[in-house]
Structures are given as structure tokens and as C-alpha cells.
Design a binder for this molecule. Structure first.
Ligand code: ATP
Ligand code: MG
Length: 408
């Protein structure tokens, strides 16, 4: 892509109300635009990042047998009354229609997916089933803040699984936990797995995937000697500096973290609420054991920015960056045009800064946007040579075109 064709340019200054690094840098670099508190437009560059994260999540969900669907955002009130959510979930957005009907906006979709799936299940032979979707969620959060970390409208992957027995669920649950670790690793994030209470309706333990960052809203206690980690909300009797309940090492650490995903054992609640069951091997009616598995795709994008930045801007991990290469010509436009074409032909995503601006501005934008490789063609280089610099390092190398392609 040519920079001159991008309609969203970088801004000279960050928005004054930006309270976090992700809000500041994503806005200034032209990735997102805030419409109101907690609601953002994803501009072309930001959408590319969101799609890259989404695709990594999709691939790993497909590997664990998830089938992708797309459920509605607009829900009938009845489904939410059936589960108690209409009166009990404080973040549920409720909508009045001129027909005097009421609706809810999806904040999670157990209410929709349970009748959808169980309406197609007759016997244990039809199970297990896992379906997932990737799209918008709406929540009437009291405080929408921290840029895209806490939105009122945000992008989520939510998967739901249905099982004939607890054993079958447990096996699947641990498979998804492993898939989650793989996803976060591919996103460049180190996630700690915390044990937490199961939320509104479940007394069961759930697992949260936490990334350490001061921009997060959770406090966790973790052990450095083993992988023990808990949310302080539920960590009864445990204190910073205290003894690990798993390996007995002393010196538990406390840190701020952001929850990028979680997995819940929903038990039989939703099957029972809708009175939708299946026939087991003995021909008896049973309710499915269900699991739900969320990943905050837009929050993960924000967390990546919180983790990977410096005074000059964002430093995207290659796996999610909107482009791999930022191409700059200093008085070598013809050669740059040909390199631009060749990079595209070879499938390398490249942003060619073809604007009539001084090199300093181009370098600054390249760093602000966080593109992993900066390639410069300049008059001081021999023909056929380019200057290569990684965003994450300081070293500038002079390499041939062939070498450049080998490196990329
Ligand atoms: P939190 O404790 O942060 O409010 P939650 O427990 O409400 O999260 P879930 O309802 O399980 O989270 O949603 C699944 C995932 O969606 C979370 O792990 C998080 O990454 C993301 N998420 C939740 N609420 C928001 C929000 N308001 N804005 C952006 N992402 C969110
Ligand atoms: Mg919440």
C-alpha cells in the first residue's frame, strides 16, 4: 500500500484525554478513532491488526474442533428472562422498540447458543459440539477507559462447548486451555493462568489468562518458583510476600494485569434453564455440561501496544503487524518503485511512504506505527543496496536486494 492512499494519517499529537499508552499511540499513529468513551472506529491500519489477531485465534479454535458461526447481536428479551440475565446482569444493554417489544444487545451469547445448538441435539451421539464466533459485544460498563482495553462495544471471540459428561468436558477444557496458551504466544504475549471464581452463575473455578501490565484492572498474586497464579479478588488468605499454596516457596509477587481471555465451566445451568437436554446411553434425559471460552480480541490488541512500545511509538510483533516493511526512498524513487513492486509480488506486506515529506518525518512515522522492518533506499548507497533496520533494535545494516528478500 502507498502511504499517500491512506486516508488516516498519523497525528502530530496524541489526544489530550488519553489515559493509557494504547489509547495515545493507537490514536496518534492512525489505527483507531474514538467516537465516544469506550467506542472506537478501527481505521485501515487498526483493522488490519484486529484481523491478524482474529485469524490467529480462528486457526487455533479450528484446530480444537471449533466450528465458526455468526450469531445475532440483537436478542429477544425472552431468552434473557429465561436465564435470569435480564434482571441480574448489570452490564446488559436493553433496548425498547417502538412496537413495545424489548431487546437485549449481546454481552455474551449463552442465551442464544444454547437453544440454537440443543435444538439440533437428540442423543449423546450428537455430542460433543463446539461452536464459536468472532464479533462485537456490547456492555454497559460503568467506566469505559484505558483505550481499547475496556470498551462498551468491543471485539470478542466466544466459543461454547456441549458435552455428555463431566469427563468429556474436562478433557476438552484442558485442550482449549492449551490452545489459548498457543494463541497468546503467537500474539507475542506471555499469559499467566489464574484461578478465579466462576462469575455470576457458577460456583466452579474458572481460569483467566492474564498479561502483566500497569494498564490492566486486575491484581494478581503469582509465584516465580512455579506457575501458581491467582486473582487477588478470590485469593483468600494469600498475601504479597506470602507462601505459595502450590509449591510452598515463599515470596508471592503482586502485579497488575489485564485479562485477555478466560474459560468457564458452565455446568448444566443453561441446558436446565431452557429445559433442553439429550438422551444418554440408557435413553434417559440429561442436560449437557457446557463450557464457554472468551478472548478479548480488541483488548489483546491494546495489551500488545501496552507491552511493546518505546518513546518513539508502537513496536508490533510481526505476527500481528499491519505491514511487515515500511519502505522509504531518499532520492531513489525509481528504484523504490521497483522494490515496492517486487516486495508485493513476493507477498511481503509493504507500506511505501511515497509522500513528498522530509526523511525525518518518514522515519518518525515508521517508528510511531511500529512496522517491524524499515527499508531505506538512498543516494548514498550503491545501486542494488538497501538499508535495513528492525523496529525492535538499533542496528542499521546495508544489504543487497537478494539478501533483503532472504531476510524477510
Ligand atoms: P473483565 O473482568 O475484564 O470485565 P469479564 O470477566 O467480564 O472481563 P468475559 O465476560 O468473560 O470477561 O469476556 C471475555 C473476554 O472479553 C475477557 O477475558 C476480556 O479479554 C474481554 N472483555 C471483557 N469485557 C471487556 C470490555 N469491556 N472491553 C474489552 N474487552 C473486554
Ligand atoms: Mg466484565
Amino acid at each position: 500500500m502507498r502511504y499517500s492512499q491512506l486516508f488516516s494519517k498519523t497525528l502530530r499529537e496524541a489526544p489530550r484525554d488519553a489515559d493509557t499508552i494504547n489509547h495515545k499511540l493507537l490514536t496518534q499513529a492512525g489505527f483507531v478513532d474514538q467516537l465516544m468513551a469506550g467506542v472506537y472506529t478501527y481505521l485501515p491500519l487498526g483493522l488490519k491488526v484486529l484481523r491478524n489477531i482474529e485469524q490467529i485465534v480462528r486457526e487455533e479454535m479450528n484446530i480444537v474442533g471449533g466450528e465458526e458461526i455468526l450469531m445475532p447481536v440483537l436478542h429477544p428479551k425472552d431468552n434473557w428472562v429465561t436465564t435470569g440475565g435480564w434482571d441480574n446482569i448489570d452490564v446488559l444493554f436493553k433496548i425498547n422498540s417502538r412496537t413495545e417489544k424489548e431487546y437485549a444487545l449481546g454481552q455474551s451469547e449463552e442465551e442464544i447458543v444454547t437453544p440454537l445448538v440443543m435444538g439440533r441435539v437428540n442423543s449423546y451421539k450428537d455430542l460433543p459440539i463446539a461452536v464459536y464466533q468472532i464479533h462485537w459485544k456490547f456492555r454497559d460498563e460503568l467506566r469505559a477507559k484505558s483505550g481499547i482495553l475496556r470498551g462498551r462495544e468491543f471485539f470478542m471471540k466466544d466459543m461454547y462447548s456441549f458435552h455428555e459428561s463431566q469427563e468429556d468436558f474436562d478433557q476438552y477444557y484442558s485442550k482449549v486451555k492449551d490452545a489459548y496458551m498457543k494463541i497468546f504466544e503467537r500474539l507475542g504475549l506471555t499469559a499467566k493462568v489464574t484461578e478465579a471464581s466462576g462469575g455470576a452463575f457458577s460456583k466452579k473455578i474458572s481460569y483467566e489468562f492474564m498479561v502483566l501490565t500497569d494498564a490492566g484492572e486486575d491484581d494478581i498474586l503469582y509465584c516465580e518458583a512455579c506457575d501458581f497464579c491467582v486473582n487477588t479478588e478470590v485469593a483468600e488468605g494469600l498475601l504479597e510476600g506470602g507462601v505459595c499454596s502450590r509449591c510452598s516457596a515463599s515470596g508471592l509477587k503482586k502485579a497488575r494485569a489485564s485479562e485477555v481471555g478466560n474459560v468457564f465451566d458452565l455446568g448444566q445451568k443453561y441446558g436446565k434453564d431452557f429445559d433442553m437436554g439429550f438422551l444418554d446411553k440408557e435413553g434417559q434425559k440429561q442436560f449437557p455440561i457446557m463450557g464457554c471460552y472468551g478472548i478479548g480480541i480488541s483488548r489483546a490488541m491494546g495489551v500488545i501496544v501496552e507491552k511493546f512500545n518505546d518513546e518513539r511509538g508502537i513496536i508490533w510483533p510481526e505476527s500481528v503487524s499491519p505491514f511487515k516493511v515500511y519502505l522509504i526512498s531518499i532520492g531513489k524513487d525509481e528504484e523504490a518503485e521497483s522494490l515496492y513492486k517486487e516486495l508485493q509480488e513476493k507477498g511481503v506486506e509493504v507500506l511505501y511512504d511515497d509522500r513528498d515529506k522530509n526523511p525525518g518525518q518518514k522515519f518518525a512515522d515508521c517508528d510511531l506505527m511500529g512496522i517491524p522492518y524499515r527499508v531505506v533506499l538512498s543516494g548514498k548507497l550503491e545501486d542494488g543496496k538497501v538499508e535495513l533496520k528492525k523496529r525492535s533494535g538499533n542496528e542499521v545494516e546495508i544489504v543487497s536486494r537478494e539478501e533483503l528478500f532472504a531476510r524477510l
